[in-house]
Design a protein around this ligand. Sequence first.
Ligand code: V47
Length: 365
Amino acid sequence: MVITPPRSGSLQDIAHRVEAGERLSFEDGVRLFESDDLLAIGRMADLVRRRKHGDVAYFNINRRLEPTNACVARCSFCSFYRPLSHPEAYTLSLEEIAAFARSTSPETTEVHIVGGLNPKLPFSYFTDLLRTLRREAPHLHLKAFTAVEIVWFAEHYGMTIEQVLRELREAGLQSLPGGGAEIFAPRVRRLICDHKTDAEGWLEVHRTAHRLGLRSNATMLYGHIESYEDRVDHLLRLRELQDETGGFQAFIGLPFLPQHNLLGRGREFTGGADDLKVLAVARLLLDNFDHIKAYWVMVGLKLAQVALSFGVDDLDGTIVKETIAHNAGADSPDEVSAQYLADVIREAGRRPVERDTLYNVVREW
Ligand code: V47
């Protein structure tokens, strides 16, 4: 009788290297994705997480602001954007933004701003938006505009990336979110987001932001037409830039949500095993990133909780209301309370710590 050797056997050399604190290679990354020994991968990722964070897991009290959904990029995975002349296209007025700011609770520490590429708006709309938030709610950290938006501002308004970042910072910008990275491989990018900046543009924005002293995050959109090699290439390009600048704080894996977008036709939601694997492999490959975040809005609260044992140390925040994921089929709630997130973390055996955007401790729950 032939007994198939357990799959975990094939990962043992990687496990030894993880235990020894050695950096993993491209080939290691592909082998991890190819393996279906989820628990072995999770154990390795949990070891790395524990070395970095012990029993602490983070969250924050934040809100999402999406100032415009009018967008010319037409990404095939996106269910949020509307063409400029579409009846559902909107742009919030400065009065509406001021009202939003006034409606945030005093406990809220961050607003995360993401929007479409809307050529009808002057650059001053974005600086005024930041100034309005600053004026109306000075306690909020303004984490705003993906690298894709920054490149678009530079091209559309005839500025360099550095000029854009400096002017936005002057108006109140304090850090950059990690969106818009999708998958760096040109073959995939051509098919899913041909009309926006390439990998080099995305990375250049973050490089410049880090040089100017702004911290940022990084994402990867997976579970569509990318290969395992594309995922590992993406993660290693992030690792390379982090070696150079040290400015990234957190990595967030974004599972492709297939509803109401072109790319989703005939495609299913990602499985929980793949979601956990992406977060765990990211923890293993991104040895120079402090934080791996499970974005509960997209992966769901239950899986985000389990992910705390698969390399994740951060659950993002309370959110209140977001549209990008919910338009694409996310069935998570619009918001959760800080107490709820703290309970989710505690139930998973971790110590909940509320942080601000820059990972300063706000309070232990
Ligand atoms: O840039 C769009 C992605 C991003 C879909 O930096 C989709 O802390 C899945 O970047 N299915 C916005 N993903 C969200 C984002 C983010 C989220 C949480 C925390 C942080 C952070 C950043 O969502 C977009 C795009 O990459 N996206 N459509 C979709 N159908």
